[in-house]
Design a protein around this ligand. Structure first.
Ligand code: SF4
Length: 317
């Protein structure tokens, strides 16, 4: 299917990657944003094209091949959009079907290409909730009973795969939320906004339309005071992509540190192969400069001095 046709068809219903939005699932889901998208509203800001999606598309065929190699199962491509007979808003575009074998009927294959942090996160903690919704939506739409995830970390060529079964309870939630949402797409109103301070809103492409003046907006040409320079756009897009990676890695590092602290318990100093671990209580003396300024301003003035720095900050506008 060509890209143009795919983009046109995706406006006619809900696909697997839309489902986490129905439930405002963190960290990226927002039902109102999905509503703007499905009602073809023009975004206030260009959608930042992610290289991660390109990576996924380009590696899809290799992941299919890897799945066949590891499982010895047969798969077949499905090159068309599938729509549910019972729920006309439910549709999907599958990476592949797994051909029936032994006592297993036909299943669904979902291919995922991930970076290192996500690979370890999945291996240690399980798959993201948005993927669970996605697979249950595929099973609902196609009326199949089971599916399989194929996950590749291409840099290190590490691969994992695992099967999942249909979950009637999750599918009931999808039917209820999807039916209600599609009614809103056809007749309005828009779903309720998230709090404007929510992280998801700060870089949302609909933030002006959605939150109005709660989020500061400076479109090109409407500020006399601040110069506009769109030659910075490419750098800023690259910055936004690596920032997402940084946040994923930071969360992973933090969770590993927490595991190590729990494993240490009350011990304050331990060696293991190649590492020495310190986990001692540390006492430090802090200085309340604002209290000193208030209670003894002369003394404060005597020792306070000015320094010049050039803080670099980025905020969404
Ligand atoms: S601004 Fe926030 S609430 Fe509005 S659509 Fe975007 S993410 Fe959703």
């Amino acid at each position: 299917m060509d890209r143009k046709q795919f983009l046109k068809e995706r406006l006619t219903g809900l696909g697997g990657s839309d489902i986490h939005h129905l439930f405002n699932e963190e960290p990226y889901g927002c039902s109102r944003k999905l509503w703007y998208d499905k009602t073809s509203q023009e975004p206030d800001y260009p959608v930042i094209a992610s290289n991660i999606m390109t990576r996924g598309n380009k590696l899809e065929q290799l992941i299919r091949e890897e799945y066949v190699l590891h499982t010895d199962r047969k798969i077949r491509r499905v090159n068309r959009m599938i729509t549910s007979k019972q729920h006309p808003w439910a549709m999907c575009h599958l990476d592949a079907e797994i051909v029936a074998f032994d006592d297993r009927k036909t299943g669904i294959l979902e291919c995922k290409s991930v970076g290192r942090p996500m690979y370890y996160k999945i291996r240690d903690e399980g798959i993201p909730t948005s993927w669970i919704w996605q697979m249950q939506h595929y099973l609902l739409t196609t009326n199949r009973q089971w599916g399989s995830y194929a996950v590749l970390w291409a840099d290190n060529w590490e691969f994992i795969h695992f099967d999942v079964e249909v979950d009637a309870e999750l599918q009931e939630s999808i039917i209820s939320a999807g039916t209600g949402f599609w009614r809103m797409v056809e007749n309005g109103p828009a779903p309720v906004q998230l709090d404007a301070k929510d992280k998801r809103c700060s870089n949302c492409e609909y933030r002006h339309t959605c939150q109005g003046e709660k989020l500061m907006v400076l479109a090109q040409g409407n500020s006399d005071e601040v110069p506009f320079d769109n030659s910075l756009d490419t750098l800023m897009n690259e910055y936004a992509t690596v920032k997402v990676l940084q946040e994923e890695t930071a969360a992973l590092v933090e969770s590993k540190k927490q595991d190590i602290k729990e494993a240490l318990g009350d011990r304050v100093l331990v060696d293991c192969t190649g590492f020495r671990l310190y986990y001692k209580p540390v006492e430090s003396t802090r200085f309340k400069s604002s209290a000193l300024k208030k209670e003894n301003p002369d003394l404060y003035e005597k020792y306070a001095y000015k320094s010049v720095s050039r803080p670099f900050r980025i905020r969404s506008i």
